[in-house]
Design a protein around this ligand. Structure first.
Ligand SMILES: Cc1cc2nc3c(=O)[nH]c(=O)nc-3n(C[C@H](O)[C@H](O)[C@H](O)COP(=O)(O)O)c2cc1C
Ligand code: SF4
Ligand code: FES
Length: 547
């Protein structure tokens, strides 16, 4: 395969396109809402109307507004329909030439769509995730060609450093710095790992990218492997994501077949293979050292660092581990330059971030916005605010390791530093909106129950501490707590933070600490004596559980 080979695939693909395309979301959110039946019905309706020559029905990835699925978009008309049923399809096909369909139209002029800045998601809802030709027609794998043929590995690392990209898996570690460390570590074998274990409650960004645009991840990994000197890649996919796994498997086979993975890619000396590994449902296996143990066939428990994977990772060899979204950012950065990417976002948080917006908000789904967008813009404009006449209470970011931003701080800029200053974290991108019916102590209990369940049990502070904190929180929820329970709660949180071995235990107290910081009166209401004397006894709990 060479550049002209890629161009002729793209040309053939573009040439074979019909004048009209009906794109039907085939990602998991819409599949769960029966989008497969809608696709089948659309194909039958096109055939029945004798329009096979002029209308193509295409399965595509996530179109964003997952809560209103199944979504269908008609091009080039630029019309989108929501909550489509098989009964709607005839009128959708009939309206392709300009009539009005009886199907419910989505408002594409809504800020939910207009304020998005798609870089990671630029192909999502556009390419057919099961056909490599569709990705190639959008310029796919061309960046890999230029990188392999025109750039040295060091130049690639420099470009990524210049972009200011920080790892999207949660900690926000500078990606260029990590790549430079793996690149300079001498070894006879190195590898690249894509962390696709996404386990945070409320998060589904990585799943959507894998289901919608799998080749972009492969291309990003291949560029990374060239930059650091690796020839083997692994994608560690969460076991609960069968559709993502299948799409990645198909994508790897297609890329292998075209010589875009394998030996002497683009006739260069570079060889790179990718294998898939499935996680078995343990949240802790998303932690990088536990993930590596799991790939090696051992029990998935974390180990102390250093040594970091960049120096001694899989089988003791230098290993580059990045998140799905981090890799998905790589092809556009190399295509348009690190400077282009660094111009988006804030001083220290560059580029865009994908969030799964869920909870008590009218528009839930997948959004990609520049870093520095305010939380108010996301919740009130893009999300269209809190429904049912209720008021916003807080926004939970960062899942079980994160915290709550209270409504009074809604104008915060969404970037790593600003969220941390409020006691929350960016995390991997889960964003749960909570209305004023939410019981914050019960919310903290929910996250602590999750951490206690998911604790691998290797170290005592986390194994015992998460269970103890959970039991204490139960006492607050039952309004049986005492003042000494509150003191103990804070002490245990401190202990977990400082003495746990890995991020699961270290960050488990965050939801408790941030709700204590902003909603302390709700804890006090859970202390029978104080709650009664101050008139703070709560109404029966209405829990706003994350979606
Ligand atoms: C308990 C725990 C779970 C984690 N789960 C994930 C995960 O599902 N996906 C992910 O990319 N990173 C996860 N991480 C972070 C990884 O350890 C690692 O930092 C990340 O994969 C590095 O990629 P990045 O630099 O691109 O962010 C988790 C960390 C902890 C402590
Ligand atoms: S902090 Fe928790 S999850 Fe991490 S190693 Fe210790 S017991 Fe396991
Ligand atoms: S899954 Fe269909 S729009 Fe997101």
């Amino acid at each position: 395969m060479d550049l002209s080979g890629l161009h002729s695939i793209a040309e053939r693909e573009r040439h074979s396109r019909k004048p009209n395309t009906i794109r039907c979301c085939a990602a998991m959110g819409c599949e769960a809402a029966r989008s497969r039946q809608v696709r089948v019905a659309l194909r039958s309706a096109v055939a029945a109307a004798g329009r096979q020559d002029s209308i193509e029905v295409q399965g595509v990835g996530c179109l964003g507004l997952c809560s209103a699925g199944p979504l269908v978009r008609v091009e080039p008309q630029g019309v989108m329909y929501q909550r489509v049923t098989p009964e709607d399809v005839q009128s959708i096909v009939a309206a392709v030439d300009g009539g009005t369909s009886t199907a419910e139209r989505a408002d594409l002029s809504h800020p939910f769509f207009t304020l998005q800045y798609p870089i990671v998601l630029e192909n999502s809802g556009k390419v057919d995730p099961e056909r490599i030709e569709s990705y190639v027609a959008e310029g796919g794998y061309e960046t890999l060609y230029h990188v392999l043929r025109e750039m040295s590995p060091a130049e690639v690392v420099d470009e990524v450093s210049r972009s200011g990209l920080r790892g999207r898996g949660g900690a926000g570690f500078p990606t260029g710095l990590k790549w430079a460390t793996v690149a300079k570590t001498q070894a006879d074998w190195k590898c690249v790992v894509c962390n696709a274990d996404e386990g945070d409650p409320g998060a589904f960004m990585d799943r959507a990218v894998m289901e919608s645009d799998p080749h972009r991840i492969l291309e990003g990994m291949a560029i990374a492997a060239y930059a650091v000197g690796a020839n083997q890649g692994y994608i560690y996919v969460r076991g609960e994501y069968p559709l993502a796994y299948d799409r990645l498997q198909v994508a790897i086979q297609q890329a292998d077949r075209l010589g875009l993975l394998g030996s002497r890619i683009f006739d260069s000396p570079f060889d790179f293979r990718i294998d898939l590994r499935i996680g078995a449902g343990a949240f802790v296996c998303g932690e990088e050292t536990a993930l590596m143990a799991s790939i090696q066939g051992q029990r998935g428990t974390p180990r102390p660092r250093p040594p970091y994977p960049a120096e001694a990772g899989l089988w003791g060899k230098p290993t580059l581990i990045n998140n799905v979204e981090t890799f998905a950012n790589i092809p556009p950065i190399l295509k348009r330059g690190g400077g282009w990417y660094a111009a988006i976002g804030t001083d220290k948080s560059k580029g865009t971030k994908v969030f799964s917006l869920t909870g008590h908000v009218r528009h839930t789904g997948l959004i990609e916005v520049p870093m520095g967008t305010t939380l108010r813009t996301i919740v009130e404009d893009m999300g269209d605010g809190v429904p049912n006449g209720r008021a916003l209470k807080a926004v939970q970011t960062g899942g079980s390791s994160g915290g709550c931003v209270p409504a009074s701080e809604i104008d915060v800029s969404v970037d790593y530093e600003s969220l941390a200053a409020l006691g929350s974290i960016m995390g991997s991108g889960g964003m749960v909106v909570l209305d004023d019916s939410t019981d914050m102590v019960d919310l903290a209990r929910f996250f602590m129950e999750f951490c206690a369940d998911e604790s691998c049990g290797k170290c005592v502070p986390c194994r015992v501490g998460t269970a103890q904190i959970y039991r204490l929180l139960e006492r607050f929820v039952a309004r049986e707590a005492t003042e000494s329970d509150l003191v103990l709660l804070e002490e245990l949180c401190d202990l977990l933070r400082s003495a746990s071995l890995c991020g699961l235990g270290q960050n488990a107290p965050n939801p408790v600490l941030s709700t204590l910081r902003y909603f302390r009166e709700e804890y006090e209401a859970g202390m029978a004596s104080i709650g009664a004397s101050r008139g703070l006894i709560r109404e029966p709990a209405v829990v706003g559980r994350p979606a």
